[in-house]
Design a protein around this ligand. Structure first.
Ligand code: GLN
Length: 271
C-alpha cells in the first residue's frame, strides 16, 4: 500500500484526521517515515489499517499516546488519555504545596499522577487502581517517564473506605468513571473498545464522586482539596455532593469551554 492509499482508506472510513493517522500508522508499523510515493509491502500495515477502519482506536494500535509532556503506554486495560484531562493536571500543579504528597484514585494508565510528578519534581504520589493489569501498566508508565521513585502504585477499590488507611494527602485527584449508565452504549464507536469499567459511573454517573468524598474526606490535610475531572453537564451535581460533604466547590472549564474540573475544599477553610 502507498501512503495515499492508506490515507484514502482511512478517509473513506470516516476518520477525520486521516492524513495524520496514515502517517502515524506507517511510522509505527513500518518503522519508517512515510514517503508520498513510497510503496509499503507490509501485511502488518494492511491489518492495522483494517483494524483502524473498523473503529478500533489508533492509540491502542500504536500502544502509546501522549498527554501533557509525557508518553504513556496504553492498552485495552486502560482508558485512553484525553486532552481534556490536562486541565486537571494543570489545577493540581498550581494547587499542590511544596513537597506535597497526593493521591490519584482510579489511576488507569497513571497519566494524571505521572504528568503531575513530571511537572512538579518536588511532589510524591500514591496511585490507586482496582485492576491489577492496569496498575501494572501505570507502574510501567511511571518508570518510562522517570518518576518511579516518587510514584507508588497500590491496588484497591475506592468503595473501600479503608483504602487510604490513615494517610493524609495535600490533594486527592481523580478522573473516575463518570458516564451515566444509559449513555455508555450511545458513545462514539471507538469508545466501545475502551474498558466499560473506566466509563460507567452508575445510574446517574456520580457513584464514584459520592464514594470518594464520603470515604476519603478524612484523608485530606486541613487545607487539602479533591480535584476531580467531571462531565460537561455535572457541575451542579458535584456542587451538591460537595456541599453535602461539607465542602465548597469551584468549577473550571476546559479549552473547549466545557465545565471539566471540580475543586473541593473544606467550607470552614479560607484557602
Ligand atoms: N485516571 C485515568 C485517566 O485519566 C483513568 C480514568 C478512568 O479510568 N476513568 O485516564
Amino acid at each position: 500500500m502507498t501512503y495515499s492509499e492508506v490515507a484514502n482508506r482511512l478517509r473513506v472510513a470516516g476518520i477525520e484526521n486521516y492524513d495524520g493517522e496514515a502517517r502515524m500508522l506507517i511510522e509505527h508499523v513500518c518503522a519508517s517515515s512515510p514517503l508520498t510515493d513510497g510503496e509499503y509491502e507490509s501485511e502488518a500495515l494492511v491489518l492495522a489499517v483494517d483494524k483502524r477502519c473498523s473503529g478500533y482506536p489508533l492509540q491502542y494500535i500504536l500502544g502509546k499516546w501522549w498527554l501533557a509532556r509525557c508518553e504513556f503506554f496504553v492498552d485495552e486495560s486502560c482508558l485512553i488519555p484525553r486532552a481534556d484531562t490536562e486541565c486537571v493536571i494543570e489545577e493540581a500543579v498550581k494547587l499542590l504545596p511544596p513537597g506535597a504528597r497526593f493521591a490519584d484514585l482510579c489511576a488507569g494508565s497513571g497519566c494524571i499522577a505521572i504528568s503531575i510528578l513530571d511537572l512538579r519534581r518536588d511532589t510524591e504520589a500514591d496511585a490507586f487502581e482496582l485492576y491489577p493489569k492496569t496498575l501494572e501498566l501505570a507502574c510501567r508508565n511511571a518508570a518510562h517517564n522517570h518518576v518511579e521513585s516518587r510514584f507508588c502504585g497500590i491496588a484497591g477499590d475506592v468503595n473501600d473506605e479503608c483504602l487510604l488507611g490513615l494517610k493524609k494527602y495535600s490533594a486527592i485527584v481523580s478522573n473516575p468513571p463518570y458516564i451515566r449508565r444509559d449513555v455508555v452504549p450511545t458513545l462514539a464507536k471507538d469508545v466501545h473498545f475502551e474498558p466499560v469499567a473506566a466509563l460507567d459511573g452508575g445510574i446517574d454517573g456520580l457513584d464514584f464522586y459520592r464514594a470518594i468524598v464520603r470515604n476519603f474526606a478524612k484523608n485530606l490535610d486541613e487545607g487539602g482539596a479533591f480535584i476531580f475531572e467531571i462531565g460537561y453537564d455535572q457541575a451542579k451535581d458535584i456542587e451538591k455532593i460537595a456541599l453535602d460533604g461539607g465542602f465548597s466547590c469551584r468549577i473550571k472549564r476546559d479549552l473547549g469551554g466545557n465545565d471539566r474540573v471540580a475543586i473541593l475544599t473544606r467550607r470552614n477553610c479560607n484557602c
